[in-house]
Design a protein around this ligand. Sequence first.
Ligand SMILES: [Zn+2]
Length: 411
Amino acid sequence: MSAIRTTECRAPLHEHPGRAEISVNGEHCVQPVIYLAFVDDWEVRGNGTGDPRVLQFEPMRKLVEIFNNYGIRGSFNVEVMQQLAYRNLQERFPELKVIADEWEQVVLDSFRQGHDIQLHVHPQWWGANYEGHGNWTLDGDWSILNYPNLQIRAMLLSGKQYLETLLRKIDPAYACVSFRAGSWCAAPSDSLLPILSDLGFVFDMSIVAGIRYDTPQIKLDYTQCEESFAPYYPDMRDARRVSCSREPIACIPTNSFSGARIALFRRDFGKARMALRRKIDGLRNRRIGALPPLSRGPSGDEWTNKSESGAIAFTKRLLKRFIVGQTYISDLAQLNYAMMRRMMVNIRRQAARSGLPRVPVILENHTKDIHDFTDIEKFVADVAHSPDVKTVTLTEIADGLRNGTFRARTA
Ligand SMILES: [Zn+2]
């Protein structure tokens, strides 16, 4: 499925048996093995809206079924602050206990089938208030970096302990070893990486090279990252920078890519058509008195940059998207099949250029945003049949970093 022009090398490579030497668009490289991690951030909407059964439980079961059909093990970064809030308030609101119990059941079922579970934290759930009928008020700051050190430690520790207590019922050796920050907020920070390494995390995957947000909730700038693809040892106070020396924790960027303008246009057109169809279905249901579907919750516009409102800004945004090109997070829920193929072309090209024999690559996904599994299933089938791509869980990546299978670079 790669569009990269490659040519086989005539001489065998003695130091890496089984690996071919290739030419990538004229550059001479060694063909690496790509270890692809299918990662999903598992949560409701950032403002607490949306029914967990619709946004999490049902699509996670479906995704696990797809992975199982192709012999692939996925990884789920489960958002634990939400679950802890449900547990805290379940005595007063018994309906929360029903949901929290099912949450555990779905997580345990997936884990039992070989899929990995790791930590994701949205700190806005700190001190969450519930008024009943699915209405949450989340007043906490959206960035973990804006909390005092003791609170950061408390959130990470309670999340890690919660998952380890839950999953060690099935696998006594289970450990919570990787982290992705809610809303990608991980740098710069004097405390986040030191606390993570102190608590035994092996790597962080919160950096996405090329993204920048300036919204009421989220401010971050990852446009000047020193490593956009391969594992690295980070500057312990700024994960956007590569350290000169080995550090107690590694970073692996969540993959991102640019280009794919025609595919992007088709995606946006398809999305608009689907939104219209949902609207028509909703109106028809109301007219015939059918029960409304369980809530998906309004997503809000937490990802729209402040400078991008108004007609001129809208035009600028369109120009940037379709003419200049922009950075896309490799988030399967946001991509159509053509964009996923484009993403893999980029991954293969970057992997070849990295000079590494084996390179772990971390994808993103959000069950809450998947409306149709067709393209994801097609992509999973492609990956399952690609000889140069193996799939790995986050735990396997952590093991590989520890035992030297995967190399993290220094500056
Ligand atoms: Zn999240």
